[in-house]
Design a protein around this ligand. Structure first.
Ligand SMILES: Nc1ncnc2c1ncn2[C@@H]1O[C@H](COP(=O)(O)OP(=O)(O)OP(=O)(O)O)[C@@H](O)[C@H]1O
Length: 570
């Protein structure tokens, strides 16, 4: 972990050195101030040296000013370093995550990945903080003061440090418990958030089942758990401070009593006792920060482990060494003796053969779960086959770069993903160089221009969470516009399952009849009415081709296609 953080911080060694020097000078200044106080009490007061009094006062104020400046420098410099280190790590993590394959995302929960990219990275940032660096200063201060105290009076020194182990133990004891108590509070708050999100976004369902009361009860229960956890966490924190103060006072009293006694006997001066008391306070602070640092290192180690899990994941789908750039293709695709399973032991395709002829439209039909989307995903190389090969114009998919394959592939899916941004930006997604005219031409071809220009801000209308809400048909037409703009050789079209109104449906069919000709197309068909003109219809069941041919031929055959057709058109 430290190595990884070091990689990201070493580029800023100049700043790190400045920070380290600043904290060393901090310890020096902290050591000096009690010495100056002692001089006032022991020398200046008895000697009635009024001039020196002013001088020393000025020196104390100056030292305190330098101390402030040094504190500022160290914390500013360390924030800069930690922000830069975190930026490096977060960018590396994001870049790596984006290049992981779909299988990884199938297995991962989005919320969890986001937590790793934000919370866990921030946790590491805390490790490279001014506070952590000040441990160095604390350590130096600690050793210097202890050395000095033992040098002046070892008995008093022993008394001074006597309470420190208790302070350390109680700090550890409480900080561990406080940490886990607050973790629980955070957990319950997260549950509460999830609950709120679920119920508020599902408000229509709640109303339609008239289950408001039920939801209320659950909410009250969760809120109550949150209250109990929060109270028990603050009880611990509330107990910790007074206990620490009490231990500190015990230490102070011991030093005061013994110091006073020694002074009475003439072994110590008043100034020395005052200086001892000041040093005692300076010793107590590092003890608390040592304990905090131990906790921070533990938390950071856990965070790093979670980040490391991602960084160590090697995508199964990746460009082979020496992968070639796929030249512009005609688009003939052949599945040759392919085996594929998402999970070991549960094959979806076995010894599978299929040919999509170039410039033709092949429709895949079959019941739910028969493997239609799997075939489309394999062509887009979202997954790699376990045996056999898929060829495009004779090139094995595994031998070409993913970028060169996908740049020739357009996917028009029923689940249209629109990103926050304007309609124009959404159509031009992935083609930032597209001109306004090209975008408009694509929208016209997709029958989307009309509804876009009817919106108040036209192509500049924001969509996404905060923007206008588009209907299913409108979204689909934007997706077709994207495909027109990309102008790919291959099209994968996942037909909408939801019934669209007749007008919308007509406009989409019209747009598609312009998009598909002259390209190799794979249509995942849910409604048989739309694929009657396909060059080839492939009927799948349980990952096997049970029939293929043209619509009329298949209808005459009285097989599975006819059966499916009868269900839809009784
Ligand atoms: N990401 C996945 N992980 C594990 N199994 C999967 C995954 N996606 C699909 N499957 C399984 O693979 C089989 C084929 O699914 P696929 O999605 O290809 O069918 P489909 O014909 O497209 O179905 P539908 O018409 O319902 O979309 C099913 O048994 C399904 O449960």
């Amino acid at each position: 972990m430290l190595k990884e953080m070091f990689v990201h911080t070493k580029a800023h060694w100049g700043l790190l050195l400045t920070g380290a020097l600043a904290v060393l000078f901090i310890s020096f200044c902290e050591f000096i101030i009690p010495q100056l106080t002692k001089t006032v009490i022991d020398d200046i007061i008895p000697g009635k040296k009024a001039d020196a009094l002013l001088e020393t006062g000025g020196l104390i104020v100056l030292t305190a000013l330098v101390l402030g400046l040094l504190h500022f420098t160290s914390s500013y410099v360390m924030t800069v370093v930690s922000q830069k280190a975190v930026l490096g790590l977060r960018n590396k993590l994001y870049t790596h995550t984006l290049r992981l394959d779909v299988k990884f995302f199938d297995r991962s929960r989005t919320g969890d990945l986001m937590a790793r990219l934000t919370g866990d990275v921030n946790q590491l940032q805390e490790l490279v903080s001014a506070e952590s660096l000040s441990i160095l200063a604390d350590f130096v201060t600690f050793v210097a003061i202890c050395g000095y105290l033992f040098y002046v009076d070892w008995q008093l020194a022993l008394l001074t440090v006597a309470t420190l182990p208790f302070l350390f133990i109680s700090s550890r004891f409480f900080s561990l418990r406080i940490k886990s108590a607050y973790r629980r509070v955070r957990q319950i708050s997260a549950e509460l958030n999830n609950f709120l999100q679920d119920t508020l976004s599902g408000i229509r369902m709640i109303k339609s089942f008239a289950s408001e009361e039920n939801e209320e009860k659950q909410f009250v229960k969760l809120s109550d758990r949150n209250r109990i956890a929060a109270v028990s966490a603050s009880r611990l924190s509330a107990l910790f401070s007074p206990l620490t103060d009490w231990l500190n006072y015990i230490g102070m009293t011991l030093v005061l009593l013994f110091g006073a006694w020694q002074t009475m006997r003439g072994n110590l001066t008043v100034g020395e006792v005052v200086a001892y008391l000041a040093y005692l306070r300076l010793l107590q602070a590092p003890i608390r920060s040592f304990s905090r640092l131990v906790t921070k290192i533990q938390q950071s180690a856990a965070a790093f482990e979670r980040i490391g899990d991602i960084l160590d994941t090697v995508p199964e789908v990746r460009d082979q060494e020496g992968a070639i750039v796929l030249p512009s293709v005609k688009g003939e695709i052949v599945f040759y003796d392919v085996d594929f399973a998402y999970d070991e032991g549960q094959p979806v395709l076995e010894s599978f053969f299929l040919k999509l002829r170039g410039n033709e439209t092949t429709a895949l039909v079959g019941s739910s779960g028969s493997g239609k989307s799997t075939i489309a995903d394999l062509i887009a190389r979202m997954y790699d086959v376990q045996r056999g090969d898929i060829y495009i114009d004779g090139y094995p998919l595994k031998a070409v770069t993913q970028q060169s394959l996908r740049s020739q592939l357009g996917i028009v899916s029923q689940e249209v993903i629109l990103l926050n941004g304007t309609i124009r930006e959404n159509i031009a997604y992935g083609q930032p160089a597209a001109s306004g005219e090209q975008i408009e031409a694509a929208a016209r071809a997709a029958n989307a221009h009309e509804f876009i220009t009817a919106l108040p801000q036209g192509y500049d209308t924001p969509i996404g969470e905060r923007g206008v809400k588009l209907s299913g048909g409108q979204k689909q037409r934007l997706s077709i516009a994207r495909a027109f703009l990309k102008d790919p050789r291959l099209i994968i079209l996942d037909e909408a399952t939801a019934a669209l109104d007749t007008e919308s449906e007509q406009k989409i069919q019209q747009a598609l009849s312009r998009l598909l000709p002259g390209r190799t197309c794979l249509v995942i068909a849910h409604r048989l009415s739309t694929i009657q003109n396909a060059d080839q219809i492939v009927v799948l069941e349980h990952g096997e081709i049970v029939e293929y041919g043209k619509h009329d031929v298949l209808l005459r055959r009285n097989g599975r296609y006819k059966e499916l057709y009868r269900i839809q058109f009784p």
